[in-house]
Design a protein around this ligand. Sequence first.
Ligand SMILES: Nc1ncnc2c1ncn2[C@@H]1O[C@H](COP(=O)(O)OP(=O)(O)OP(=O)(O)O)[C@@H](O)[C@H]1O
Length: 317
Amino acid sequence: MPAESTPETLVYARDLEKRYGDKAAVRGIDLDIAAGEAFGFLGSNGAGKSTTMRMIGCVSIPTSGQLTVLGLDPQHDGVAIRSRLGVVPQQDTLDSMLTVHENLEIYARYFGISGKLAKRKASELLTFVKLSDRSKDKVDELSGGMKRRLAIARGLVNDPEMIILDEPTTGLDPQARHMVWERLFQLKQRGVSILLTTHYMDEAEQLCDRLVVMDNGKIIAQGSPSELITEHVTKEVVELRFNGAHTTELADLAEKLADLDGQIEALPDRILIYTNHASGTVAEVRDRGLEPSSAYERRATLEDVYLRLTGRTLAEA
Ligand SMILES: Nc1ncnc2c1ncn2[C@@H]1O[C@H](COP(=O)(O)OP(=O)(O)OP(=O)(O)O)[C@@H](O)[C@H]1O
């Protein structure tokens, strides 16, 4: 165990790298994730989030660098680490031939839990993820959100100290997402550490104590959601839209605002003004002869942080 990794350190990484042939998927990242944290990996497609999670989950061997998980070395103690982790992969890997209850019961056997104990555990977990009334149904009869909750229950079969979730709410409708979030809040309250990847800024803001923003295999920023916002953007944002105006026209309009107190960002469909004094900004815009078709003030979010750091919105990435 490296000197820097303490019993409270769940994940410790230094200069961690993963290459696939010539392609570097993860390019020398450092991580210090403490027990009890909800820790997020935020970034666009191909940023390296899943590859990092796979290394932490001991299913992918790092090409170079240092990595310890729960104080152990994944290359030598993979089995011991995995027995203490819960993993909820991005792809649905539930067994559609089995019932909801059987999925949990049979998965429990991989961890040496069988018989009455496995049945009891499956029932308890179905209560936890609010699927008790569907326990005899086949998995295919569940909605996407229910399947995701079942996958979370399955990841909890071995009472893990840490659960790893790869994009837990991608593709779910808002109500289903909230159900998943609520279960994850509950888990956190029970002291389970949570690692998750997400494309969703609101998810990261809701769930994560700390997070890293990844881009092109590197960590480009890290901190709590509020630290990231304070460090990289202003408190408030004014969003301006101009009927029918797109990239080129908006870039021209943005130039007329260059002397305003704030940073101006022209997107393909709107102009953003980052400022600490949103009130009064729209009047100043009008003073310069510009008439937005809509203007509204909001607080800055992680989406703004991502935009400032990469020059792209996550939707464009
Ligand atoms: N098994 C593999 N073989 C070759 N290249 C891979 C492999 N797995 C991932 N990559 C590449 O590594 C890079 C990082 O991929 P990764 O899946 O870690 O990104 P991600 O941030 O999780 O993206 P997403 O949000 O789409 O899941 C991508 O360019 C991807 O094509």
